[in-house]
Design a protein around this ligand. Sequence first.
Ligand code: S3P
Length: 429
Amino acid sequence: MRVTAPARLRGKLDIPGDKSITHRALMLNAAAEGEARIDGFLDAADTRSTLECMRALGAEIEQVAEDALVVRGRGRAGLHEASDVLDCGNSGTTIRLLSGLLAGFPFLSVLTGDGSLRGRPMGRIVQPLRALGARMSARADGTLPPLVIEGGTIAGGQRIETPVASAQVKSAILLAGLAAEGATTVAEPSRSRDHSERMLAAMGAHVAVEDATVTLTPPAGDLQAIDVRVPGDISTAAVWIVAATLHPDADVLLTGVGLNPTRAGVLDALREMGADIEELESRTVGGEPVADLRVRSATLRGVRIEGEVIPRAIDELPLLALAGTVAEGETVIADAAELRVKESDRVATTAAALRALGAEVEERADGLAIGGSARLRGGRVEAAGDHRLAMLGAAGALIAEGDSQIEGADAVGVSYPAFWSDLERLGSA
Ligand code: S3P
């Protein structure tokens, strides 16, 4: 895709549904008792992977409108062994959460995905799920997909400490805990996104949270299905928030953005840098805080981004690095080694993308150091098969001098199929 910076960025966008919440609404309602409507679901490749896996496991899921699904759950007994391998595509959330859920079902499941997913670390779920009693194995000595789950009896009363803050790992353990008799506790080094906890509690599980430790006690019977209205995805909104902040003539309204504090680290970091982000019409949607965001051009200063904000901004760190390129002074992103095991090695691919646009970036083991005050110029950015890199390249191109080319632009379909048409809209208003 060829992108030329527009003179102005203007207009209003309805932000598509949250990817993390859509995955959870599908999986949990499919394993619950009763009928649930999911409004504003994200219709993208990753969430389609979850939808098809749940259908293959026996769930009845019907699309009743362009942005609405109905899931008819028959409790845990309604799910059965799939007749084929479960294809999780590019989706880490699908393979990890589903592994946790299936660990407690008495049948065989085999989960795999595309080339990127088959290179992503699974030891982080295999080890704790085995510790809970699951019988499972994986390629490369239990570390890479495909994963084979033979089900098993999940022992209650266990406490698992995870070495990294990861909502996928935490959620896998909690979903396995649904099959346990008694409570399951997960302790993380710092808090990751809590959408699973919120939804499980709303469906009848008992969930106790203390700092970064979560204890789940399953309900006596099945989870009860709940209707979910999915808020807009802050990870998607972040592309426009950063582009509008950096563009010299921007005034953009993003409606319906989910602002769950365990997700909104990108706003905290940008505000510390000097961004002008106004929250309007604050409300609660589907048990999550939501607002419309008005974002205008701003001049930024460099900051250090590290510690507890990292898991709360994990998918937005490449965009924060882009903000760092034009901020005054150096920006450092640290404690973010997790970036290396995302859909691509995002330390390396972000550095390469920003350098292609003329920025000065140093790769570090656990993050990036970004020289500020760059004048970005058009260049060729490789998406490296990673949706967030394709969007990072586009956001950079929106403020660069001259034309840019994004290679592998189709990758956006993983989380934001309307991305390129929305870009066109904001740039031509
Ligand atoms: C997600 C958790 C994060 C995030 C991913 C979605 C989730 O991954 O990067 O895009 O829905 O739970 P980790 O849990 O591996 O940090």
